[in-house]
Design a binder for this molecule. Structure first.
Ligand code: IFM
Length: 473
C-alpha cells in the first residue's frame, strides 16, 4: 500500500466512469432472431447445474428493454458501458457469415449509447460459446481459436465505425479452469489437461482475434483483453513452502496468460509444475508469438485476493470460492490449500481487501509498461431487498466501492496509468451457477416484474461520476 504522506490523486478529467454487464447475464431472448444455444444455455438447462435451476432465458430482459436501460445509465451519469456480444446471436453455428438480425441489436445498443454520450466498450467473448463449437471440441480444440478470430472480424466489420474500445476475451481463466477444470461453469467438464489446452487456445484466440481486429478496425480503435488476475498471498510469508504454493498458483492464475500475452512465452515454472500432466505439445511453433500482440489496453477484473499454503494432507480446501464444485480448478496443485482471509466478506463469501486491487494495478503497470489499464470489473454481491417504501439501501456496497476506488487513486498517485473503472454490475443479473441468488447490481432488478430500482450505491456512484471524486460515505 502507498505511504500515508502521498496525497490522493484526483481522477483524471477523462477517466471513464462505467458499469459492465455480459450478454447471457442480462439479455434473455435466447431464442429470438436466429440465436442458437450457447454452452451456458445447455449448462443452465441441465438439472443440478445452477441454483434453483435458474437459466438466462429471460434474465433482465435487456434485449427488449435496451433503450430504457441506456436511458437509466445516462440518468446515473455513466460515461462508459461495457457489454458483451453474444456469439450465437451473431454467428449462430460459430462458422460462416454473420446474421444481420443478431448484429442489429448491438448496432442499436451502440447507437443508443452514443446518443447519450456514453462510450461503448465491447467485449467479444464473455463465456457464451456456440454449443456447436463445444460439440466440435470446445476450447480444448485448436480450431475454436480460428473460429473466434473469424467471429471477431465479423463483429469488427459491423461495428468498427462506431466502437473504439475492443476487448477480445473476458476472464479466460474462468473459461478454461472453471469450464473445463472444476466444471462449475459451462460446459462443466472436469479434466485438468483439457483446462490447460483450453487456456492455451484462449491465448491463441486472443492473438488471432487481435490481428483480425487490427486488420478490420480504424487506427483509433483500442484493442485489449480483460483478465481476472489473482493477488496471491502465502499464508505464512516466512515459510518457503507457502511461498512456493503462492508461486504455483500465481503461475496458474496469472502468468499462464500474461506470459504469452505480455512476453511471448509460457513461464518455465508453469511448464515444469504441470509436466506430469502434459508435455504442452498442443503449443505449436509460433503460437506464443501470435498470442503476443500489441495491447492498447489491459482490463483488470478484481474482487478478492487468494490466500494459500502448502498442505499436502487430504481434506484441505483446493478451491478458492469459485462455486461449490467438488473438483479443484487448479491442475497440479494438490499440495496447495486455499484459506479464507480474515475480515469482512461479501455475499459470495469473498473477503473484502482493496489492497489486492492496488497490488495488481502496480504490478501490471510495471509488467505492461505503456499499456493503459482499465478496471473492467469490480463490485460486490449483497442480499439487497427493497424497503417498505420501495427504496433499496446498500451501504455495504457503497463502502466496498469507496474503498476500491480509493486505492485506484492511490495507484494513480504512484504513476499507474489507470484510465477507467467499470462497476460490476449495472444491474442485478444471472450470476452463472448461482442463478439469481446473488445480486451484484447497482440497480436492483425485480425478476418477476423487471422493475429496475437504483440502489443508494447507484446514486453514490452517479455522484462520483458527476464530480470526478469520491463522495463521502
Ligand atoms: O458475474 C461475474 C462476471 O460475469 C465475470 N466476473 C465476475 C462476476 C462476479 O462473479
Amino acid at each position: 500500500m502507498p505511504s500515508a504522506n502521498i496525497p490522493p490523486a484526483r481522477f483524471p478529467s477523462d477517466f471513464l466512469w462505467g458499469s459492465a454487464t455480459a450478454a447471457y447475464q442480462v439479455e434473455g431472448a435466447v431464442r429470438e432472431n436466429g440465436r442458437t444455444p450457447s454452452i451456458w444455455d445447455t449448462y443452465s438447462h441441465t438439472p443440478g447445474r445452477t441454483e434453483n435451476g435458474d437459466t438466462g432465458d429471460v434474465a433482465c430482459d435487456h434485449y427488449h428493454r435496451r433503450a430504457a436501460d441506456v436511458a437509466l445509465m445516462a440518468d446515473l451519469n455513466l460515461t462508459a458501458y461495457r457489454f458483451s456480444v453474444s456469439w450465437p446471436r451473431v454467428q449462430p453455428t460459430g462458422r460462416g457469415p454473420a446474421v444481420q438480425r443478431g448484429l442489429d441489436f448491438y448496432r442499436g445498443l451502440v447507437d443508443d449509447l452514443l446518443d447519450h454520450g456514453i462510450t461503448p466498450s465491447l467485449t467479444l467473448y464473455h463465456w457464451d460459446l456456440p454449443q456447436e463449437l463445444e460439440d466440435a471440441g470446445g476450447w480444448p480444440a485448436r480450431d475454436t481459436a480460428y473460429r473466434f478470430a473469424e467471429y471477431a472480424g465479423l463483429v469488427a466489420e459491423a461495428l468498427g465505425d462506431r466502437v473504439e474500445l475492443w476487448t477480445t476475451l473476458n476472464e479466460p481463466w474462468c473459461s478454461a479452469f472453471l469450464g473445463y477444470g472444476s466444471g462449475v461453469h459451462a460446459p462443466g467438464r472436469t479434466d485438468h489437461v483439457a483446462a490447460l489446452r483450453a487456456a492455451h487456445h484462449l491465448n491463441l484466440a486472443h492473438g488471432l482475434a487481435a490481428q483480425a481486429l487490427r486488420a478490420a478496425l480504424p487506427a483509433r480503435a483500442r484493442i485489449g483483453i480483460s483478465l481476472n488476475p489473482s493477488a496471491v498471498r502465502p499464508l505464512d510469508p516466512s515459510s518457503a513452502a507457502d511461498t512456493d504454493a503462492a508461486r504455483r498458483i500465481d503461475a496458474l492464475a496469472n502468468r499462464i496468460f500474461t506470459g504469452p500475452l505480455l512476453q511471448g512465452a509460457y513461464p518455465a515454472d508453469l511448464l515444469a509444475d504441470t509436466a506430469a500432466l502434459t508435455d504442452w505439445s498442443f503449443v505449436e511453433p509460433g503460437d506464443e508469438a501470435t498470442a503476443h500482440q500489441p495491447l492498447d489496453m489491459l482490463g483488470i477484473n478484481y474482487y478478492t485476493p487468494a490466500l494459500v499454503s502448502h498442505a499436502p494432507e487430504a481434506g484441505a480446501p483446493r478451491s478458492d470460492g469459485h462455486g461449490a464444485g467438488t473438483h479443484s480448478p487448479w491442475p497440479a496443485a494438490d499440495t496447495v490449500a486455499f484459506h479464507q482471509p480474515p475480515g469482512g466478506r461479501t455475499e459470495m463469501g469473498w473477503s473484502i481487501d482493496p489492497s489486492g486491487l492496488y497490488e495488481l494495478l502496480v504490478r501490471y503497470g510495471r509488467e505492461a509498461p505503456g499499456v493503459p489499464l482499465y478496471i473492467t470489473e469490480n463490485g460486490a454481491a449483497y442480499d439487497d431487498k427493497p424497503g417498505a417504501d420501495g427504496t433499496v439501501h446498500d451501504p455495504e456496497r457503497i463502502a466496498y466501492l469507496h474503498a476500491h476506488l480509493a486505492v485506484v487513486q492511490d495507484a494513480l498517485a504512484v504513476g499507474a496509468d489507470v484510465r477507467g473503472y467499470f462497476l460490476w454490475s449495472l444491474m442485478d443479473n444471472f450470476e452463472w451457477a448461482y442463478g439469481y441468488s446473488k445480486r451484484f447490481g447497482a440497480v436492483h432488478v425485480d425478476f418477476t416484474t423487471q422493475v429496475r430500482t437504483p440502489k443508494s450505491s447507484a446514486r453514490w456512484y452517479a455522484e462520483a461520476a458527476r464530480t470526478g471524486s469520491l463522495p463521502p460515505l
